[in-house]
Design a protein around this ligand. Structure first.
Ligand SMILES: [Zn+2]
Length: 544
């Protein structure tokens, strides 16, 4: 057995008379945008049953988080992760469509029938060079140079699947109509897949999309979000080889074109709107110095806060690339789109529903060990404050962002412009970290991640129950989607007709590191936790 699994136990069907839900809200509801509507007795009873069931599945949740952490797979190469998730879903009665939208490591799993159709997603890929021992409050790679979960995408599927399995049992017991879907945010770090899921029609019949992403708080928001959307484009130039010393005048350097494009872009940057973001890596800089580079490539992310501005930036990039080709007498090859993301907009009705449940669940109880790890890491990173872990749920539901200064992107944006969507953030990570870094992996196979995911699963389960037993909520969500969100702005994909998922990305890196990583795959049949398997004392911190 590669792994054992705790089979979720059926909850007792005892009729609990409106027992209070979990702890009281961490923050007074007085500051909330609107007071949470009170649930009727049946809804409250179902939610109580779901909460208990999610708690009873905490070992199952922990095993998923620890297993996916140990697979440490980069975008488009989530082979073990994909197989592991599909296996769990099939064993729990889901029908799974594999390799969807031309992406080998993507799937759509379904259970149930009829309306509403609710699709739960979360990202699964990790970060280059973020290998890190969990529970150790300083840089300690498990394998030097290897990828690692330096964002925390190993935890979101555990949130969704735990919630869905709890709710599925209630649906069977209560004969509730509805279809539950689970799908992975494959290659999110490349914003590489969600626009293709949309294009292939996987969200056409979906009523509500519940997305979840790791954070350091328990939160949700609605309206236009801060951050950006983007298009990810690779520019390739073609010149001619020559002996770089014997006859350099016979050659035309594609690398010169790449360098001049970057210089051109960096001069232009001063005259671009301040809320844009752009960055590049050279993916092909030539073969060897004594051969004038015939081909060279540079890969850009063009980020901005609106679809129209993303298109503008892309156009400027193309113009500069053409200029660089002219200057070097090389040819610009057709641009290759490697990914895209719309700016995000979340649904007001679904966010309010989720927010009410967040207040009922509240933050997890952190142990002294959890806080010691968090504070030691914050100190290690030179943070001005060592505030530890977040203790309270924020005071109010976040509405539309007013002053968007730009920032990161997530291709959940594409789905959010096709069906009512929210992203639930759950507290499996530590505040004050740089992101896309080894530091962000430290908590991700520790009790911090496990408890944060259980809290997230509780919220997700309760929101599912709301959507299943109150069909009016789904209608109201669509009302907002049609009459407010998309009243003036309609979705049109950034990917072009000829674009295809860039499924070969990261293959060489994973081929190189997977044999090493395999030695450290988590074996839950032998070890209670991954920390135990690795022999790491929790927490491991530097002596003061
Ligand atoms: Zn992410």
């Amino acid at each position: 057995m590669r792994r054992s699994r705790v089979i979720p136990v059926l909850v007792a069907t005892v009729m609990l008379a409106a027992a209070p839900l979990a702890q009281s809200p961490a923050d007074g509801p007085s500051k909330a945008a609107a007071p949470a509507p009170k649930d009727d007795q049946r809804t409250e009873r179902l939610k109580n049953d779901a909460l208990k069931d999610v708690d009873s599945m905490s070992v199952f949740t922990q095993q998923m988080i620890d297993s996916i952490f140990s697979f440490a797979e980069l975008g488009f190469q989530e082979v073990e992760t994909n197989r592991y998730l599909i296996d769990i879903l099939k064993k729990n009665g889901f029908t799974v469509q594999e390799g969807i939208a031309g992406i080998p490591t993507a799937f759509m799993a379904s259970w149930g029938s009829g309306k509403p159709v609710i699709a739960l997603g979360s990202d699964i890929d990790c970060i280059p060079q973020a290998s890190q021992k969990p529970g150790v409050a300083y840089h300690a790679p498990m394998i030097e140079g290897a990828p690692g979960h330096g964002e925390g995408h190993n935890s979101g599927q555990a949130v969704n699947i735990t919630a869905v399995l709890a709710v599925k049992k209630l649906m069977e017991r209560e004969k509730l109509s509805g279809t539950l879907k689970i799908w992975p945010g494959t290659a999110e770090e490349l914003v590489g897949t969600k626009a293709y899921f949309v294009r292939a029609g996987f969200f056409k019949d979906v009523d509500v999309a519940l997305f979840t992403h790791v954070g350091n708080d328990l939160a949700v928001s609605w309206g236009d979000r801060d951050g950006t959307g983007l298009v990810s484009v690779e520019f390739t130039f073609k010149g001619e080889t020559a002996h770089a010393a014997g006859a350099p005048w016979r050659g035309r350097s594609a690398l010169d074109a790449v360098e001049l494009m970057n210089i051109g872009w960096n001069y232009r940057r001063e005259h671009l709107p301040l809320d844009h973001r752009s960055h590049y890596v050279v993916t092909n800089g030539g073969d060897q110095p004594n051969v004038v580079p015939r081909t060279a490539s540079v890969w850009y992310y063009f980020r901005h806060t609106t679809y129209a501005q993303i298109k503008d930036l892309w156009g400027i990039g193309e113009t500069i690339a053409k200029g660089a080709a002219m200057m070097t007498n090389t040819e610009l090859q057709p641009m290759r789109v490697l990914g895209s993301a719309w700016p995000q907009h979340f649904n007001k009705v679904v966010a309010e529903t989720t927010w009410a449940n967040i207040q009922k669940v509240g933050m997890p109880q952190w142990s002294d060990a959890d806080q010691t790890l968090a504070k030691a890491l914050q100190k290690e990173l030179g943070n001005a404050k060592q505030e530890g872990l977040t203790l309270k749920v924020g005071g109010e539901l976040q509405g539309p962002v007013k002053d968007n200064r730009g920032g990161g992107s997530d291709d959940i944006g594409d789905i959010s412009w096709n069906v009512p969507t929210v992203t639930l953030r759950f507290p499996s990570n530590i505040p004050g970290l740089p992101g896309h870094n080894w530091a962000n992996a430290i908590s991700m196979a520790t009790p911090i991640a496990h408890k944060g995911a259980t809290a997230g699963a509780k919220v997700q389960a309760m929101t599912l129950i709301d959507l299943l037993v109150k069909p009016a909520l789904v209608d109201q969500a669509w009302e907002y989607f049609r009459t407010v969100q998309t009243k003036e702005l309609k979705y049109q994909p950034l990917i072009r007709e000829q674009d295809q998922p860039a499924i070969e990305l990261n293959k060489a890196v994973m081929d190189r590191y997977r044999p090493e990583l395999k030695k450290y795959y988590y074996d839950p049949s032998r070890y209670k936790t991954y920390l135990e398997q690795l022999g790491i004392a929790y927490p491991t911190v530097k002596r003061p």
